[in-house]
Design a protein around this ligand. Structure first.
Ligand SMILES: O=C(O)CCC(=O)C(=O)O
Ligand SMILES: [Fe+2]
Length: 359
C-alpha cells in the first residue's frame, strides 16, 4: 500500500470522465485525493480562463480612486475592494490586495429576516469605461466555475459512496445560491513573506486559478511539511474546506495552506472561487454516514498530524449563513461596523480591533 502521506498534489484529468472506460479511474483518484491529500489539480477542465487572466494586471493598475469607489465597506454583502494589508491571518498582516466578486444574485433579505440573508447580494464593478468588458468576462467565468463546482460535488458524492446526489441537500436551487471569488494580487516584497498565512478554507470546495507563473502556494502534509503547489497551465487547484470535512466526519480532508509572497520581480496573481452551501442549512444536523469500506480508508489514513493553521470550532447548531457572516465580520470589522452594527458590537465590544482576523 502506498503511504497516505504526500509529497506532491495529484493531477486529475477531467477528460477521463467522458469515457466510461476511464471514468472509474478518475473517481478512484478523486477518492484518494479527498481522503489523503485534500488538494488536487484538475486538468483539461471545461472553463476558459485566458480572457480573465489577461484583465487582472489592468484591474489592479486602475487609478486608486476607481478602486476606492468600489471598496468593500460600501457593501453589506462584503463584496468589493480591499487595499493592501487590510487582512490578517493568525495575527500577522497578509500582504495582498484584492477585490471580492460573486455570481449574479439578488439579495433576498427583507425587514424581519435573519441578518445572514444580507450576506449575499450584487457585486460592485469598476467603472466599465475604465476597463471595458471586464464585468462580462468575469461574470461568465464565475458562471463556468459554478457549473464545474456542482459537477465536482456530484462526483465527490460518488467517490465517497453516497451516489451522485449525495451532497445535494447542502445546496438550494441555483437561483437561491451565490458563490464568491476574489481576484488577488500578491506584490513582491523583500520584507513581508506572508502573502496569506496558514489557514483552512471554511466552506465546501475552493477552485483556485493560479493566474501568473509564480510558485508561492504551499500545503501542509500529514507530517506537517510544507509542499509546493506550483502553477500548472490550464489547471485549477481544488481544495476541501472545513464545512465539507465536518459533514464527511473527516473523510474529505481540509488541508492547511498558505501563500509566500514573491521576494522580487512581478506580482503573483490568483483567483480563488469559494463554493457556498445553502444559507439555512445546519451542518451539525446533516453529518453524513458512509459505507464501511469507505470508512476503512479514513482509518487507514489515520488522524491528520501537525498543522500550523487555526482549527475551526464554530460549526455547531447555527445555520451556515450565520457561521459565514460571523467569519466575514471578524475578517472585515470596518464593513461590519457600518452594515451590521448590532453584531459588530457583540463581537467587538471595544470597537475596531488593532488587528482583525481573516480566518
Ligand atoms: O492565492 C492563493 O493561491 C490562495 C489563496 C487562499 O488560500 C485563500 O484566499 O483562501
Ligand atoms: Fe485558502
Amino acid at each position: 500500500m502506498t503511504s497516505p502521506n504526500f509529497t506532491s498534489v495529484p493531477v486529475l484529468d477531467y477528460s477521463l470522465l467522458s469515457d466510461p472506460q476511464t471514468r472509474a479511474h478518475f473517481i478512484e483518484q478523486l477518492r484518494h485525493a479527498l481522503i489523503n491529500v485534500g488538494f488536487l489539480y484538475l486538468s483539461n477542465h471545461p472553463v476558459p480562463t485566458a480572457d480573465l487572466v489577461s484583465y487582472i494586471p489592468k484591474l489592479f493598475e486602475l487609478p486608486q480612486q476607481a478602486k476606492d469607489d468600489i471598496k468593500m465597506s460600501n457593501s453589506p454583502h462584503f463584496l468589493g475592494y480591499s487595499k493592501l494589508g487590510a487582512e490578517f491571518t493568525r495575527g500577522q498582516v497578509d500582504h495582498r490586495e484584492q477585490i471580492d466578486f460573486a455570481t449574479v444574485h439578488t439579495c433576498r433579505w427583507k425587514e424581519g429576516d435573519p441578518d445572514y440573508y444580507r450576506l449575499w447580494g450584487p457585486s460592485q464593478w469598476p467603472d466599465e469605461r475604465l476597463i471595458p468588458g471586464f464585468e462580462q468576462v468575469t461574470t461568465q467565468y464565475l458562471e463556468g466555475v459554478q457549473a464545474l463546482s456542482y459537477q465536482l460535488a456530484s462526483l465527490i458524492g460518488e467517490a465517497l459512496g453516497l451516489g451522485p446526489d449525495g451532497l445535494s441537500r447542502f445546496y438550494d436551487s441555483e437561483e437561491l445560491m451565490q458563490h464568491r471569488a476574489k481576484i488577488v494580487k500578491y506584490p513582491s516584497s523583500e520584507t513581508y513573506n506572508q502573502g496569506v498565512g496558514p489557514h483552512y478554507d471554511a466552506g465546501f470546495l475552493t477552485f483556485l486559478l493560479q493566474a501568473s507563473p509564480h510558485t508561492g502556494l504551499q500545503v501542509q502534509n500529514l507530517t506537517g511539511d510544507w509542499i509546493d503547489v506550483p502553477p500548472i497551465l490550464d489547471t485549477f487547484v481544488v481544495n476541501i474546506g472545513k464545512a465539507l470535512e465536518f459533514v464527511t466526519q473527516g473523510l474529505a480532508r481540509a488541508t492547511s495552506h498558505r501563500v509566500l509572497s514573491p521576494t522580487a520581480g512581478s506580482p503573483r496573481y490568483s483567483v480563488p472561487f469559494f463554493q457556498n452551501i445553502s444559507l439555512n442549512i445546519k451542518l451539525a444536523d446533516n453529518v453524513l454516514e458512509f459505507p464501511q469500506e469507505i470508512r476503512a480508508l479514513r482509518d487507514a489514513r489515520g488522524n491528520v498530524g501537525k498543522t500550523d493553521s487555526v482549527n475551526f470550532t464554530e460549526f455547531d447548531r447555527e445555520p451556515s449563513g450565520r457561521v459565514n457572516l460571523i467569519g466575514r465580520v471578524k475578517s472585515h470589522p470596518d464593513v461590519a461596523e457600518r452594515h451590521y452594527p448590532q453584531l459588530f458590537k457583540e463581537l467587538f465590544p471595544d470597537g475596531i480591533p488593532g488587528q482583525a482576523s481573516a480566518y
